[in-house]
Design a protein around this ligand. Sequence first.
Ligand code: GLU
Length: 486
Amino acid sequence: MTVRTRFAPSPTGYLHLGGLRTALYTYLFARKNGGKFILRIEDTDQEREVPGAVDKIYNSMKLAGLDYDEGPDVGGDYGPYIQSQRRDTYLPYAMQLVESGAAYPCFCSVEELQQRRDAATARGEQWKYDKHCLSIPREEALERMRSGEPFVIRQNVPTTGTASFEDALYGHVEAPCDTLDDNVLIKQDGLPTYNFANVIDDHLMGITHVMRGTEYLSSTPKYNLLYEAFGWTPPVYIHMSPVMKDASRKLSKRHGDPGFEDLLSQGYVKDAIINFIALLGWCPDVKKYGEKEFFTMDELIEAFDLNGLSKSPAIFNTEKLNWFNHEYISRMDFDKYLEMATPWFDKVLAGKNIDYRCLAGLMHTRTEVFGNVPDQVRFLAELPEYDAEIYTHKKMKTNPEIALRALELARPALAALDNFSEEAVKEVLMNLAAANELKTGQMMWPVRIAISGLASTPGGATEIAYLIGKQETLRRIDLGIEKLKR
Ligand code: GLU
């Protein structure tokens, strides 16, 4: 048997991180087993469809490196892979069920349904469809359908017994039939509901393993009744716990939680996101991998195994993601770092004639998220407001008085320097300190404060002086001297 898995998003927005994780696990499982990974667009609820969302899905899948073997934009033998383009596929299957009694047409209007629902609620009952139209003789019902009367087709769930299925993770899941509603399979507009389309398409597309969120766990017994009615073998089901923001709620766009592409544009690295997401609710075999936390995509494929999936909800921990991102950036090849950092430097330093290679050297291991880089380097473009207090540093044995002396010594010495390289600046300042019985820190700390306005900076006095250049260095030292005199 060739494993065939599918990722089946509805085009209702962007690829959120829970969706990305489902897609990733589904992809890993297919690759691990030498199977096929399929993308299917589930757009039968056209009211919820967001324009442009389908293209966003293709793009996100590409950016994430989750290449599918079959899908709307790559083709395949089981297409079309967009459900709205399969419109004509579903009704004949529904009619087959009508024929066998596993489904029936329903002509109840929205108003009638509402009245009966209200009455049930008033009686304190939980409403489910009352099988009203099941009593219409089959021939009469077929005639009404043929005559053009609006109808839906409902699943005829037995009134007694139980429906069940086996989940690879949750084991035997079962529901008493009398708690299950006669769901609509085909809507008035002729399109199937998710409840029907997922079964038909998973079967027709030869899907062997269905991996999706636990929100479908309670409906799956009902889907299994459909498989039974058709006499089809159901796929292996693997329902996965949700990704939570915290103990009380799922990650959601509505609450402003970022999606996959948001994270990319905030300056997270794709491989770090994938690595982090992979470990959100799945754990590699400890015997084989010990405490290993860093996995390339190929290593994930190698290590992926359903036994490692967790049944408890995973909490999305931004600090952990930031940690992964920082690790990935620090380990990145320097030229790659420079290339990725440049647009972020440009946001605040464009046109400032700053040596980006030197700056990248200072920032490479100090970058947690690229999106923070502009704030970290902004001081090179403009001197921030600062308090003279920060000239005081116990360990450096410096205070405002010593700082003033140091700056007054440094000012003319640096002004006389023609070659304003990092090494030359360093030599001048070191010699100056030695000649005036100042400790190195008593010279370097004040100069760095004066030219950066910050208590902590990427790089020291000499690198910053070189980066901002001679003129700006002198201007900032003058401002420091003024401030200290006040
Ligand atoms: N279209 C469903 C969703 O986006 C997919 C569920 C499934 O994978 O069967 O939630």
